[in-house]
Design a protein around this ligand. Structure first.
Ligand code: JA5
Length: 230
């Protein structure tokens, strides 16, 4: 899987891309991440990537020329690029959407900034995505969320593929509580069932804990699955 990111803040990317899972995936060669500076695709003297909005109003708008020049140049060398704009108006990202994106050969992500982006870039985009109903100051962190979530589904990225399957196996229920040593931490004991060695009993306790937790904290997940919430 190839990830390409178009941004006016390329310096936001090296640290998150060079740690942990994404670092290992790139070292293995199953994932590549390339960050492109939109300023490199400007042709004017001042390398402008933004300008004041027509019609007036607060803030600045991203200019269309650098974005479209970058998309055209980068996509030329890709077999089947899927072009994404990260913006607050996009379709909310879900795990189902992440799984769909993981089937693509290359994702090219434009990071929105400022008060918005010139409307005329939209014909050059295949899909607009949002990471949720809150405002962050730009699409950069959103694109890192997409990269991380998609990369985990690429075979060979998560060392133990079982943990990916187990997470999706629990089909949108919250995880059960976990414990490690010590058996007694400040008077709080590990539940007896986990020390019993009875694996059938442990499995059913964990299932019941998952459902109870989901009912208490995320009843919306149960109704989505068609389960009772009381
Ligand atoms: C861009 C001033 O969820 C994806 C998002 C992209 C993006 C967001 S949230 N805010 C901005 C932005 O805010 O330019």
């Amino acid at each position: 899987m190839q990830f390409h990111v178009l941004t006016i803040f390329p310096e936001m990317f090296p640290s998150p891309l060079s740690a942990s899972l994404l670092k290992k995936a790139q070292d293995k060669g199953v994932v590549s991440c390339t960050v492109h500076n939109l300023r490199d695709y400007t042709t004017d003297k001042h390398h402008s990537v933004d300008d004041a909005p027509y019609g007036g109003g607060q803030g600045m708008v991203m200019k269309p020329e650098p974005v479209v020049a970058a998309l055209e140049s980068i996509c030329l060398s890709l077999s089947n690029p899927w072009r994404i704009l990260l913006c607050p108006q996009g379709t909310p990202l879900t795990q189902a959407k992440v799984a769909e994106l993981a089937q693509r050969a290359s994702l090219v992500m434009v990071c929105g900034r400022y008060e918005g982006i010139d409307e005329r870039i939209r014909p050059f985009i295949d899909e607009e995505l949002s990471i949720g109903d809150y405002i962050v100051s730009g699409g950069e962190i959103a694109s890192l969320v997409v990269i991380d979530a998609v990369a985990r589904l690429i075979p060979g990225v998560v060392g133990n593929q079982e943990s990916v399957e187990e997470e999706s196996f629990s089909h949108g229920l919250l995880e059960y509580p976990q414990y490690t040593r010590p058996e007694n931490f400040r008077g709080m004991r590990v539940p007896e069932v986990l020390l019993s060695g009875n694996h059938a009993k442990i499995t059913s306790w964990r299932q019941q804990q998952s459902i109870q937790r989901t009912r208490e904290r995320r009843p919306d997940l149960l109704t989505q699955r068609g389960l009772r919430t009381e």
